[in-house]
Design a protein around this ligand. Structure first.
Ligand code: SF4
Ligand code: SF4
Length: 363
């Protein structure tokens, strides 16, 4: 595992030294199917439901092409990725190529797919608050299910972190999520529902509400509590010079506004479940993307070079951007998270008794 993280860091260093564009991190939506109907799901807005799904062979081919171009981490998204029957072999293929693998899940199938989840290097679960704060966003009864999933993962020694999307339904949920993070020993990452892309504008936060939530997160981070992203990424969002209704700055930055250059364009791409390759999640449906199923991954990736946006307030993109930009605060924050994962896995290997299934498989 350490070698894989070193490979990831090495590829970024190589890109920074040579200024070469390398798709080090590929976000891949493997399906649009989902067993939930969250109020804010972008799938409704992008009209992604019902599109054809990749075959296993198409995903394998993409992984082979990406590996040849320097990809070191594939982040599996959906829809709900665990709905795919072949998710286990997809993860095996990623591992066979010596890449890191992250997977995001809504948590409903965790118990059924425990063996699959043991294969991932990093797992992200959706959690929007306690009780109604969560259920108003994600559907009645989902809070109870996610807590069951969290307890199941802890019992099985699977490390995870959570993601919360803030809306009007859960704008006061920062404290309770931090309480859960402390209780269940996970790190919590946060995003703001993007008004422009949301199918449900009524639940989007006002600018003042966004600032209040983010300021609270900055305070938590300052006090060493388990917020996933670096403080700088939260502060960057607070410094955004426009209303949060506007997500992107294209071309020159406005006078007096300083931010890091966007390295996402150099190191990351986001692939929708229909094969379209975008520079990042924020630009889905806003950029003239090519389909890797038609032109191959290399050409679809090269097509992203014309993207000329220069900044956005997306907290996740900002954090990754500063890691790619080798900003010390974000790099140290990421290093602590990775070190924690590596120690957790090592401890598990040494102290956890193998399950009966694992023993049977060995014999
Ligand atoms: S779990 Fe994700 S993909 Fe499924 S409905 Fe909710 S937001 Fe959409
Ligand atoms: S500036 Fe933001 S929206 Fe534009 S490519 Fe970079 S991360 Fe994506």
């Amino acid at each position: 595992m350490i070698n894989k993280y070193l490979g990831f860091a090495g590829e970024i260093l190589k890109g920074r030294i040579t200024s070469k564009r390398i798709p080090v991190l590929v976000v891949l939506c493997v399906t649009n199917r989902c067993n939930l109907r969250c109020q804010y799901c972008y799938e409704e807005c992008y009209d992604r439901r019902g599109c054809l799904e990749f075959t296993t062979g198409q995903i394998f081919s993409l992984i082979d092409q990406a590996a040849g171009m320097g990809t070191k981490l594939i982040s599996i998204n959906g829809g709900e990725a665990l709905l795919r029957d072949d998710i286990g072999v997809i993860l095996d293929k990623i591992k066979e190529k010596n890449m890191l693998c992250q997977l995001t899940s809504n948590g409903l199938l965790i118990k059924k797919k425990t063996d699959v989840l043991k294969k991932v290097d990093s797992l992200c679960l959706s959690l929007d608050g306690i009780g109604q704060a969560n259920d108003l966003n994600r559907g009645q009864g989902t809070y109870e299910k996610i807590i069951e999933a969290i307890e199941h993962m802890r019992a099985n020694g699977i490390k995870f972190h959570t993601n919360t999307v803030f809306t009007k339904n859960n704008k006061n949920a920062v404290d309770e999520i931090m309480g859960l993070a402390d209780k269940y020993k996970f790190k919590a990452q946060f995003s703001i529902l993007r008004r422009e892309d949301s199918p449900n504008k009524d639940i989007c936060l006002s600018d003042d509400e966004v600032k209040k939530v983010i300021s609270k997160l900055v305070d938590y981070k300052k006090n060493g509590l388990p917020a996933f992203y670096s403080s700088r990424s939260f502060k960057n969002a607070l410094d955004w010079p426009f209303s949060f209704d506007r997500q992107i700055i294209t071309g020159a930055l406005p006078a007096g506004y300083k931010t890091s250059p966007c390295y996402i364009k150099q190191f990351l791409c986001h692939i929708e479940a229909n094969g379209l390759v975008y520079p990042c999640i924020v630009l889905v449906n806003k950029f003239k993307a090519m389909n890797f199923l038609e032109v191959g991954f290399k050409k679809a990736w090269d097509n992203l070079a014309v993207n000329n946006c220069s900044a956005c307030y997306n907290i996740c993109c900002n954090d990754l951007n500063m890691i790619f930009g080798l900003r010390p605060e974000s790099v140290c924050n990421a290093f602590r998270i990775v070190a924690d994962r590596i120690c957790h896995n090592a401890k598990n290997k040494i102290f956890r008794k193998p399950t009966k299934g694992a023993l049977d498989a060995k014999n």
